[in-house]
Structure formats: structure tokens, C-alpha cells
Design a protein around this ligand. Sequence first.
Ligand SMILES: [Zn+2]
Length: 345
Amino acid sequence: MSGSQKLMKRFLNPKRKSPPPATNDPDHEGPSNSTIRSTRPCPLPVPTIRRESTVNLNELPYDPADRKRISEYIGPKLQDEIRRKYLVRDPYRPQRGFKYPQRSIGNIQRRFSTKWYDKYDWLEYSEKKDAAFCLYCYLFRDHIEGQGGNDAFVVDGFDCWNKGCRLKDHVGKSPNSFHNTAVKRCNDLLKHDQSVVVALDKQSKVTHEEYMIRLNNSISAARYLLHQGLAFRGHDESKESKNRGNFRQLGDLLADQNENTKRIVLIDAPRNNQMVAPEIQRDIAECYAERRDKDILEAMLEVKLLKRKFQQIRDDGWDSLLDKTYSFCEQYGIPKLDMEEHRPA
Ligand SMILES: [Zn+2]
């Protein structure tokens, strides 16, 4: 588990004061025995919806070769959550610069072609197997009738790099082909999704504007807590509780500052659309974590490019640098300085 994931988990787990329910799930991560021993039992009810106790979505494997079949996860709700997670991540593709291995097919050296990525948005690649897969068909493989479920892109991975036409064949011509049906199922899933990532697609009885006001209120509260490193959850988040945890207390306080927001968030919000459920808190926190990870990656790339640029200047030598500097000065009418005394030995 990465540092940021650990951090997110700490924010989103209520400070448990009673042992977790017994579970045989290998993915379950409860507190250690020492943690349990060192805390007092709490008479207040602990929120029972804890998806982390079943599967930690952040730890779902990325490489297609490492993934379990969706049908191996128990329960349609969990299966849909896992599908959503994979859809939000997009098809798995190695980072830029990855060297796709070559091998001889019919005495010609062949390898996976990255040009296929541009043409097929479902395409993913397993570094472990050196094989291509279809994300959408993986997600609905066991829930669509037809032979397509046995296709190489779905089962063991496609690696006939000399047969690029097979990618087109996988999609099929019919709108009801196995693949196209899987794509439709994915779109339907996202359309009905209540997660933050597809919040804009959500159209229910509440108006879009009111929905966004509630969501924004929750995001503001979450952003503050993340920035301050404060826990989200409370021991008792029920309406009657005097302390419902930082996230809810702060959300209420923010909403209370404006009459319209107060009405929408605190008074008129439908019970199932308040944008404060543990799942929503987790989704918001994940969005921030993913954005931070992206920022770090982009910064690392910038540094890399800069280092390369400096190395190029060094390789070109002092005279080349002077020429470039002087021509720049000439172009913009900047007086030239005598740089000879700075010439490296
Ligand atoms: Zn497919």
C-alpha cells in the first residue's frame, strides 16, 4: 500500500473502539490485536457500511494478468463497485518509455504496437504476460452470453502481434457483439453511478443545481480536512449525535453560512442524496489523492526533461551556449556581456 493510500485510509476509517467483525476475507485489513487491546469498548454504534472490510478498492491489481475474475467477488454491489473503479482508472497501459518486448513470429521480429492505443480505447496491456486485453469485456465477461467471453483479449491475452486485424475482429461488426454489449453495460453502469467522478451524469429527482451545491459543500469540507490532516469520521454520525465527526460537522457549518445552501444541504436534501455518505467521503479523498499523484508524476517528468536539457547544453559545449545566448541578445536588442572570464577551464 502506498503512503498516500495509507493516509487516505486513516482519514476515512472512524476511530474504531470495538473489534471488527470476524471475517475470512483475505483482503480484510482490520486493526492489529495490539490496537484492539489498547482501546476501550465504545457503547455508541459504529457505522456498519465498511467496504474496505471486504475489498480495498485502492489495492485492486492494475496489471490484467494479476486480476481475479469479477465473478469471484461476492455480491452484485461489490462487483459493480469494482467495475466502476476499473472504469475510473481507464485501461491499464505501461508508462511512456516502456520497452515492449520483441519476439520472432515467422522469422520477423514483432512486438505490441502502441499505435493500437489510439484506435482502440478499450485496449490494455499486461507487462507481466506481454499480452493485450480488453478492459470492457473483462468487466462483464461472466455476465454476457456468447462465445466472445472466450476470446483471447478476455481470457489469456492476445499476443499475435502480426495479426493486428484481430483487434478489429474483437470489436465485431454487430452492435450486439460481445464486445459492444460489454461497452454498453459499462456505459449503463456509469450512467447510474452515484460516485463523485461521474456526478455530472447523475440526473434524479433533485435538480442538477441542488445536487452540485451539496457536492460542492462536501468537497469544501473534505478539502479542508485533508489539508489539515484531520480525521473525517466520527464515532456516532447519527442525527441525534452531538459530535458527528469532522466531515459532517464542518459540512453543516459551511452550509449554515448561506440561507440557500442551508436549505438545500441541511433541510431539503433527500436522505439518499446528501453527498455525505462514507462512500462519497472516500471518493472525494481518492480524487485528491489521485490528483496529487498525477502532480508528482508531472513534476518528476519536468525535472527529467530539465536535466536532459542541461546535459544537452553541457554536451554542446561552452561555444555553442555563447552563440545561442548572443543570438538571443541580438534578437531582442539586449547588450552583450563579455563572458570570456566565465569560460570553464
Ligand atoms: Zn472487448
